[in-house]
Design a protein around this ligand. Structure first.
Ligand SMILES: Nc1ncnc2c1ncn2[C@@H]1O[C@H](COP(=O)(O)OP(=O)(O)OP(=O)(O)O)[C@@H](O)[C@H]1O
Ligand SMILES: [Mg+2]
Length: 288
């Protein structure tokens, strides 16, 4: 039996290549060979397309890309993807994640900015939403990572300017969870079970992402954290994910879910072998 590990063809940095390499090593340790391939030109479902060729050649795919189109093509050819295409899609888009999880797990109060198909259009006022949420308001692009597309609007003027700038791209408006400013929890869940948990803290930014200067430390997961991780994974049908949790007044709140969370950093901070836990789950699922 052979597996394919697909990665985005534009990746080249060591921290991006660590994940596929570690997964391949853990598969090899269980007697499963794996090829690491760039996810280029897979978007063909016709008989001789690469997607169907891959599906014939490999028993399953560890899908480390977020390309929704290639993921769907591969599944259409009968390939089992870890994570599944739908799960990748739901996590990639913060608005879709919110819709899927609404009523299932606690999340900050969130509003969706209307989509705009006309660049020159007058902006839609968010005065009422700003007043409902209270300032500052968190504004996030739906497709973003490393905290780069997350902003704070301190008043109506700033909110309007931000929305005007983000108008061509889907974005959401969210209540600022002041108790959690500069800190959150990053939980890695494998097969719904919490594998490891780390607290991230930043002294000079409300965003606690490591990329924004946050520091990580091991954090023992509570039953509340474990239950949320289970619910998120079940609802989105995730084999593997990174969940960001905020410290709310009345309990933990789901900030976002990453289907493709890097695990190198959390492994270094906690000493937990995430690659091994993920591959054990994959092997169980595949009956290996
Ligand atoms: N509503 C909020 N209230 C307070 N802090 C928040 C809120 N939303 C986000 N943050 C902070 O900003 C950080 C980045 O937000 P979020 O995780 O949604 O974006 P991201 O850019 O997608 O990050 P990732 O790289 O994990 O995908 C969070 O980790 C958290 O520290
Ligand atoms: Mg995040």
């Amino acid at each position: 039996m052979k597996a394919v590990i697909l990665i985005n063809p534009y990746l080249s940095e060591e921290r991006e290549l660590y994940q596929p390499r570690r997964i391949a090593e853990e598969l090899a340790a269980r007697g499963v060979g794996a090829d690491i391939l760039p996810n280029a030109w897979t978007a063909h479902t016709e008989r001789d397309g690469l997607a169907s060729a891959l599906a014939k050649r490999y028993a399953f795919c560890v899908y480390l890309d977020k390309d929704r189109y290639a993921a769907r093509s591969l599944e259409a050819c009968g390939m089992r993807l870890f994570n599944r295409a739908e799960a990748v899609e739901l996590c990639d888009d913060k608005m879709l994640t919110h819709i899927a999880l609404a009523g299932k797990v606690p999340m900050p109060e969130t509003y969706f900015a209307p989509l705009c198909y006309k660049g020159e259009a007058e902006h839609v006022s968010a005065q009422e939403i700003g007043e409902k949420l209270g300032y500052p308001v968190v504004v996030k692009e739906c497709f973003g990572s490393l905290g780069e597309q997350v902003f704070l609007a301190h008043g109506y003027g700033e909110l309007t300017a931000l929305m005007q700038r983000l108008k061509p791209r889907p974005h959401i408006l969210q209540k600022f969870i002041a108790e959690s400013a500069g800190q959150d929890l990053r939980v890695i869940a494998v097969g719904g079970e919490t594998a490891v948990c780390m607290r991230r803290t930043s002294e000079h930014d409300f965003r606690s992402n490591i990329a924004c200067g946050g520091r990580g430390e091991p954090f023992p997961p509570t039953e509340e954290v474990r239950a949320i991780a289970r619910r998120v994974s079940e609802t989105l049908r995730l084999d593997y994910c990174g969940i960001d949790l905020l410290f709310g007044k009345e309990g933990m709140l789901v900030c976002e879910v990453n289907s493709n969370a890097f695990f190198g950093g959390i492994e270094r901070v906690t000493g937990v072998n995430v690659a091994s836990l993920y591959v054990s789950h994959i092997c169980r699922e595949m009956g290996i």
